[in-house]
Design a protein around this ligand. Sequence first.
Ligand SMILES: NC(=O)c1ccc[n+]([C@@H]2O[C@H](COP(=O)([O-])OP(=O)(O)OC[C@H]3O[C@@H](n4cnc5c(N)ncnc54)[C@H](OP(=O)(O)O)[C@@H]3O)[C@@H](O)[C@H]2O)c1
Length: 274
Amino acid sequence: MKGDVKVVLITGGSSGIGGAAARLMCDAGMTVYAASRSGKAPEGYSEGKHMHPVVMDVNDATAVATVVDRIISEQGRLDAVVCNAGNGIAGPVEETSIEEVEAQFRTTFYGVVKTIDACLPIFRKQGHGRVVTVSSVAAVAPLPYQGFYSAVKAGILNLTKALAIETKDFGIQCCSVMPGDVKTGFTAARKVAVKAQDADSPYFLKTLKGLEAMTKDEVNGMKPEVIGRAIVRQLRRRRMKPEVTPTFIYSLLVWAIRRFPQSFVLRIIGKMYS
Ligand SMILES: NC(=O)c1ccc[n+]([C@@H]2O[C@H](COP(=O)([O-])OP(=O)(O)OC[C@H]3O[C@@H](n4cnc5c(N)ncnc54)[C@H](OP(=O)(O)O)[C@@H]3O)[C@@H](O)[C@H]2O)c1
């Protein structure tokens, strides 16, 4: 049936949330192109009829276009793209260099834009297609010492919703998934702004305390399969929701953050992380 999701491209599909989503999509009978810089298959899976691990750096628009062309020539269709690849750079706003800010936006924002750009012409031509982006609860919860990460994820969330409006008449649906804390390689891969690591920095101790608290939350976080299942659920719905926050507790948190006075919200977040 038109609109059924049979062929999916997922970025960051080798491990973590993307790896779990790729496995679950494959198990659900979808043909999955799991893209990453390493090109590794998600754990426990190997190249096969329904699982295609591919080397693709989302920062390289040509590489993304090549993979999309390959999918069309092999499958004759691309039904959905899951823009998941991302990373984190921590540091107080004042002590994060512009190069570090740009690095935060490179993969996690521009990488998403490049991936979406390569898929939209195909989706429009087909008259159907789905865009799923992986944002974060940090999009609505302004995380101190991860302000640029919060900014990127807020950008992704709003971009996805704006895109949903722009592309609706072409038969394209868009959904942003907002995970809370998830136990993945994301925590170990997170970089810290160089200036904030200097013991003379006025933010040194606060950054350390904030990062310790966030790291603890992440290593005790959900399994990536929880988010993978939420992604698959949206891909199987006739109409995707524009925004999804997996688990009741995190959706309640997002609801509360949006409804409570912001001065109160900032006070609570400050007590937790600063
Ligand atoms: N973990 C959390 O608590 C959490 C919470 C909310 C949102 N998120 C978001 O969830 C997404 C996935 O994070 P994760 O926790 O699963 O992280 P992860 O375990 O570090 O996995 C990241 C994945 O992205 C790939 N990747 C990194 N840079 C890439 C690039 N330039 N091009 C293509 N692939 C790239 C990695 O493979 P290679 O290294 O082989 O490229 C890997 O497959 C991110 O957008 C993150 O911001 C995570």
